[in-house]
Design a protein around this ligand. Structure first.
Ligand SMILES: Cc1cc2nc3c(=O)[nH]c(=O)nc-3n(C[C@H](O)[C@H](O)[C@H](O)COP(=O)(O)OP(=O)(O)OC[C@H]3O[C@@H](n4cnc5c(N)ncnc54)[C@H](O)[C@@H]3O)c2cc1C
Length: 370
């Protein structure tokens, strides 16, 4: 891969507080790993489970507990979120249940989460880099005056117990590891699908710590009056699709995007694109795949007319099977594709679609590689 990992100097070499021993006294009793369980309009976002998997690993390395943090209205959806947190291996759950928390609003969620942190003092706090998570993480970090590393692609614990949060930098050509040395908690966000989905353990129950939210509706400036569809809600699942067909500049014209859609529809998949197609206005931004778009982990990824730049590669390399169609036999995408087809995508895509239509006709069977 074209991305190089910087050799991060050990925190001590930076001449600042680097171990728990050197931390200001009031931070020394910060312990345990917390994962914010994102519950929006009744649904737990799957990135929360991916983060519980990571959180479990970090907590085990540190020898501390893993907690889920759930903020929501009283009712079934919040109860379900608590049960799911335990099923994905949380040791305990911090729960703030209030009608005020029915819909996400920055003021109420920031107050609830910062109150919890100030009371129970976690050492590490992880959130999904979703629209909600990014908004909340930024305001919680600035309220608590602590460090936040956004869009991490790797999380680890150093020998001295510090969180080593790795993320792309300099346009994706380097990876850097960032430490929060002098503040607690150490906060990080991770985009959906960057981390693997852990096994659901079916652990039925655990300890729930309820916490109050001392806030009145009158104190919240933001009022939710309703939800409007942007007409693109069907796009929300691209990150979690099992089959994705994507196109790049090699498709040559906006009209040729229909070829992608036809193939995706035929094989029951979703479709996406490289960044230049969004910049040209050929496809909506929420279909962009890559470093500044979506990360995907499908069973099958078909890339047509995409060169395989590192910023695109980081978004697709978790796919089980990558099929690349490109006229240039030296295109970088062939370095990491499992199957390479040197061909004109504009004629190859309809031919492939035809084959699938025939093979998928009643009486025929097709099996995707697992
Ligand atoms: C900070 C930053 C963030 C970025 N984030 C992203 C991101 O999230 N996602 C992303 O995709 N990019 C991102 N980019 C852009 C990235 O660097 C590349 O420029 C981009 O991925 C290239 O898109 P492409 O492969 O479609 O186009 P090109 O690189 O121009 O490649 C087109 C390919 O099509 C092939 N081709 C031409 N004609 C045909 C044909 N008829 N049939 C088949 N193949 C053909 C060519 O051989 C070529 O390999 C980012 C860049 C920066 C600096």
């Amino acid at each position: 891969m074209g991305t190089r990992k910087t050799k991060a100097p050990p925190p001590a070499a930076l001449g600042r507080a680097s171990t728990k021993k050197d931390l200001p006294d009031h931070f020394k009793n910060y312990r345990h790993v917390w994962v914010f369980i994102e519950l929006e309009r009744g649904q737990v976002h799957p990135v929360s489970f991916e983060l519980l998997g990571e959180g479990r690993r970090l907590a085990d390395q540190l020898g501390v507990q893993l907690a889920g943090v759930i903020l929501g209205p009283p009712g079934d959806s919040t109860r379900h979120a608590v049960a799911e947190a335990f099923a994905y291996d949380a040791d305990l759950v911090y729960l703030v249940e209030k009608p005020l928390l029915t819909d996400y609003r920055n003021e109420s969620f920031t107050k609830a989460l910062t109150d919890l942190v100030n009371t129970y003092k976690p050492e590490i706090l992880l959130l999904g880099a979703t629209t909600l998570g990014r908004d909340l993480a930024g305001s919680v970090a600035t309220t608590l005056l602590t460090g936040l590393t956004a869009d991490c692609t790797g999380l680890d614990v150093d020998a001295d117990g510090s969180l080593a949060a790795t993320r792309p930098t300099f346009g994706g050509s380097l990876l850097c590891t960032i430490y929060t040395l002098n503040c607690r908690p150490q906060m990080a966000t991770v985009r959906p699908r960057v981390m693997r989905m852990p096994q659901r353990s079916n652990k039925p129950v655990g300890r729930v710590i309820r916490h109050d939210l001392r806030m009145l509706e009158d104190e919240i400036v933001t009022k939710v009056v309703g939800f409007l569809s942007d007409g693109q809600s069907e796009n929300a699942n691209l990150a979690y699709a099992d089959v994705v067909v994507a196109g790049g500049l090699g498709l040559g014209a906006a009209d040729n995007l229909q070829l992608l859609k036809n193939l995706a529809q035929t094989i029951g998949g979703d479709y996406g694109c490289s960044r230049p197609l969004v910049q040209k206005g050929w496809m909506a931004a929420d279909r962009q795949i890559g470093q500044t778009g979506k990360t995907i982990r499908p069973k099958l990824y078909i890339a047509a007319g995409i060169s395989g730049a590192v910023q695109h590669r980081v978004g697709v390399e978790g796919a089980d099977l990558i099929v690349a169609i490109n006229t240039d036999p030296n295109a970088p995408i062939f370095d990491f594709a499992n199957i390479g087809v040197v061909a004109d995508a504009v004629s190859f895509l309809p031919a492939l679609t035809e084959v699938f239509i025939r093979r998928l006709a009643p009486g025929n069977h097709i099996r995707l590689v697992n």
